[in-house]
Design a protein around this ligand. Structure first.
Ligand code: PEP
Ligand code: MN
Length: 346
């Protein structure tokens, strides 16, 4: 249920509503909004209909509604305005399109520093780089782990970029949270519920990637786990799904971007690198991502893709990234104008 209070409802009225919610056997999960307060209610076992009817008749309440979607807190029904997430100096979901770029894996100091300086100069605001790598084969490079995190922190220090990096296990959450500005959940871990729960308590924003064979609803349910466990700073990432097509590494479900924008207030990021698996296809898909209304993008860039320990084939060279940013400029200007008029109307 969500309870919308009247504009400027008093503290006493809000407290009273919370008491009534508890009397009906439910729990107040969140109280949001300054002028108009919206109370999120969770719990099982209580009589929802009786509770809604009673609350509608309670002073200060404008509307009490049952949320039909199984995902409540991430739904547009719960919150109309976009969620804006701060990562370093970047704001994702706001009035700026945010580019995140960097290598698939952190490999050594020279590689990450060179990439960080170059992508920052070309306009990225967030540096990506995996220190814990989910690899299909146990014999492939598994990541530099703690040493990789330290190199990312060094690159942040030098360039001012925020850092996004993957966390693979709930036992690594506190270590990764010491270094990351954004915690990345990889496609293979989208339904690792123990991980999602501990990310609810990590105190850092999370980027949740869509699972290889997951539906949009499943993606939203996984985001709901993180939010329900205490962390509302979640962004979603479309990175392509498994289909019968083999011309690309995955099939980009580009429509997922506007579908998610209809269903949720969370920011939506596109990953054209994993979606295509092929360097030559990345810029075209990136244009589509800006045009279709993603809030940002995460792109793999490597100073020497042929020597990359992972995902070299889909990594842009530094020059390639610069060129892509140049070509995206006009698209991003249109995006910015459109977003500004949307925000002005809201
Ligand atoms: C990655 O970002 O390098 C990665 C492993 O992505 P995904 O989880 O989408 O496969
Ligand atoms: Mn990768």
């Amino acid at each position: 249920m969500i309870i919308s209070m009247r504009l400027h409802a008093t503290k006493q009225e809000i407290d009273h509503v919370c008491e009534r919610i508890a009397e009906f056997g439910f729990r107040v999960h969140s109280i949001e909004g300054a002028e108009r307060v919206v109370i999120g209610v969770v719990g099982v076992g209580g009589d929802v209909t009786a509770c809604l009817e009673s609350l509608e008749a309670t002073p200060g309440v404008e509307r009490a509604v049952r949320i039909s979607a199984q995902y409540k807190f991430v739904s547009k029904e719960f919150r109309q305005e976009r969620t804006v997430i701060r990562a370093g100096k970047a704001e994702i979901g706001g009035d700026q399109f945010v580019m995140m770029a960097g290598p698939c894996s952190v490999e050594n100091e020279k590689q990450i520093m060179e990439t960080a300086y170059a992508v920052a100069e070309a306009g990225a605001k967030v540096l990506r780089g995996g220190a814990f790598k989910p690899r299909t084969s146990p014999y492939d490079f598994q990541g530099m782990e703690g040493d990789g995190l330290k190199l990312l922190a060094k690159a942040r220090e030098a360039t001012g970029l925020a850092v996004i990096t993957e966390v693979m296990s709930d036992s690594d959450v506190s270590l990764v949270a010491e270094y990351a500005d954004v915690m990345q959940v990889g496609a293979r871990n989208m339904q690792n519920f123990a991980l999602l729960k501990s990310l609810g308590r990590c105190g850092r924003p999370v980027m949740l990637k869509r699972g290889l064979s997951s539906t949009i609803k499943e993606l939203l349910m996984s985001a709901e786990y993180i939010v329900a466990h205490g962390n509302s700073q979640v962004m979603l990432c479309e990175r392509g799904i498994r289909t019968f097509e083999t011309a690309t590494r995955n099939t980009c479900d580009i429509t997922a971007v506007p579908v998610l924008n209809e269903l949720t207030h969370l920011p939506v990021i596109l990953d054209p690198s994993h979606a295509t698996g092929k360097r030559s296809l990345v810029p075209a898909l990136a244009k589509a991502g800006v045009a279709i209304g993603a809030d940002g993008m995460i792109v793999e860039v490597h100073p020497c893709p042929e020597k990359a320990v992972s995902d070299g084939a889909q990594s842009l060279t530094i020059d390639g990234f610069r060129g892509m940013m140049r070509d995206l400029k006009g698209y991003i200007e249109l995006w910015t104008r459109e977003r500004a008029s949307e925000l002005a109307l809201a």
